[in-house]
Design a binder for this molecule. Structure first.
Ligand SMILES: [Zn+2]
Length: 213
């Protein structure tokens, strides 16, 4: 009988509580949201809202920002407008590297980094080092706790390189100036990229970024 469908408990909840639940599901994955909506279609009205887009886990796009160059445009726009950190990381990479919009790209990466999205913290940090913004770059890398353990920062770099796969990456002339100037100040382990003491750590990170090692 029309209009006599049993309402699920979820549908009976206040809208703001529905949204809260969906935004938590969104942190898990887009697929989880889709599954939820397939099970309870009326929840869609509580889904297309900023808090859900802000929390929405778009990890697959951060792994392949290249895939989002042509596709996922409206998803990306909604996420960016809602302050989704992963979306800012993805758009930052697209703009900074692929479109060579250095300033525009950096703004996005900065937002993601300041929101403590790890991969962006690392990438923004090494870009700042390469731009000669040494204090900012070092402070960024310091938030990854490399003095206690270098693992976290190293893992970030591996993931950043993965994100850059298939993206046009240009080595800017300005990087090389900073690189050579920095290199002149390093007296220890200069030729051994694997040896990183407190003195040469940032220089090694700069080297790896400039040469994409
Ligand atoms: Zn050293």
């Amino acid at each position: 009988m029309a209009g006599n469908r049993d309402l699920s408990n979820l549908e009976l909840m206040p809208i703001d509580m529905q949204t809260e639940i969906i935004s938590r599901v969104a942190r898990h994955s887009r697929r989880a949201v889709r599954n939820l909506l397939a099970a309870v279609p009326p929840l869609a009205r509580s889904t297309a809202v900023p808090i859900v887009y802000r929390n929405l886990n778009i990890h697959p796009l951060t792994v392949h920002p290249r895939a989002a160059l042509q596709r996922y445009q409206s998803l990306m726009e909604n996420c960016l407008a809602s302050g989704n950190l992963q979306a800012h990381y993805v758009r930052g990479i697209q703009q900074y590297f692929h479109h060579q919009n250095v300033n525009g790209g950096l703004l996005h990466l900065q937002i993601a980094a300041e929101g403590l999205y790890e991969k962006a913290v690392y990438l923004y940090g090494v870009i700042m080092l390469a731009k000669g913004e040494t204090a900012i770059g070092q402070a960024m890398l310091d938030t990854l706790g490399w003095r206690q353990s270098k693992n976290r920062a190293d893992r970030c770099w591996r993931r950043v390189k993965r994100s850059l796969h298939g993206i046009r990456v240009t080595r800017l002339e300005s990087y090389m100036t900073v690189y050579h100037n920095t290199r002149e100040t390093i007296a220890c382990h200069r030729e051994n990229i694997h040896e990183r003491c407190d003195t040469c750590y940032y220089y090694k990170k700069l080297t790896k970024f400039v040469y994409m090692m």
